[in-house]
Each structure stands twice: as C-alpha cells, then as structure tokens.
Design a protein around this ligand. Structure first.
Ligand code: ZN
Length: 154
C-alpha cells in the first residue's frame, strides 16, 4: 500500500466525468488499498478516485461506525428530505461551507469483486455519499455552497 498525492482544486482532473469500472482485478484492489491508506492519513470522511488523479467511478465513504465503505459505479437511486450543514473537501483544504443535501439516500453500487449491493444512509453519512458521488461526475461542493464558514469564528 502507498499514500497517494491528493489532487487540489484547479487541477482539471477534478472537473471531468469518470468512466465506469469494468475490471475487478489486482489493479483495482491496489488503487482501493492505496485510497484507504491515503484517506486514513488525511483523516477525511471520504475520497473519490479523481482526487488521486484516477478517472474511474469509485470512492470511499466513512459510514456510521467510522469505517470506510468502498463504492464502485455508485448511483443514488432514492432520496428523501433535506439537511443543511457544513462541508469540506480534502481537495479544497481549509475551505468550509454550508451545503444543502438530501437527509436520506439509498445508494446502489458494486463492491471490489463486482458484486452489487444497496446501502441506505442518513445525516452525515448521506451527505458524504452525495459529496463523493458528485466528484465522480466532476462536481465539487463549492458549486453548492450557500454560505462560507470560517471555522475560527463559528
Ligand atoms: Zn471532496
């Protein structure tokens, strides 16, 4: 495993749409393992492949128990309600803003072996799913910020 460099805002790789994953092989597992290590070292809530410079539709999301769930070719298939809260991004260090997201989501994805699964989440985890899945179509949370937050003052 290796810690990969996290791409920062301004790098065009963050604004491109990812291709679907079709090969569930050693190369994919190496990428996922590296992303686990990178995310753990950065102490973040999620990491999408474009953030390590790879335009493939996969991400890691922190779930309710604090572990990182691998989601490959993920889709939000249902959502309900609304929540407004603070959000940040490892690719935009030091910037925090209020973003409105669905309160609950249901996500369909594949695991690292290509097996489909469905996961429901709410609150912070639902927010993390939305944030990471947005990365896969080239969107950053900054596009949705309603108000920037200065963590020193609030
Ligand atoms: Zn992000």
């Amino acid at each position: 495993m290796a810690i990969r460099n996290i791409v920062k805002e301004g790098d065009p790789v963050l604004n491109k749409a990812c291709r679907q994953v079709t090969d569930f092989n050693e190369r994919l597992w190496q990428l996922l393992d590296d992303m686990h290590e990178t995310l753990k070292a950065a102490d973040g809530a999620g990491l999408a492949a474009p953030q390590v410079g790879v335009l493939r539709a996969l991400a890691l999301v922190m779930t309710e128990d604090g572990s990182y769930l691998e989601i490959i070719n993920p889709k939000i298939v249902w959502q309900e309600g609304e929540q407004t809260g603070a959000e940040g991004c490892l690719s935009i260090p030091g910037v925090y803003g209020e973003v409105t997201r669905p309160l609950k989501v249901r996500v369909e994805a594949l695991d690292r072996f290509g097996k489909p699964f469905t996961r429901e989440a709410e609150g912070f985890t639902a927010r993390a799913f939305c944030h990471e899945i947005d990365h896969l179509s080239g969107h950053l949370f900054r596009e949705l910020v309603e108000r920037y937050i200065d963590p020193e003052k609030e």
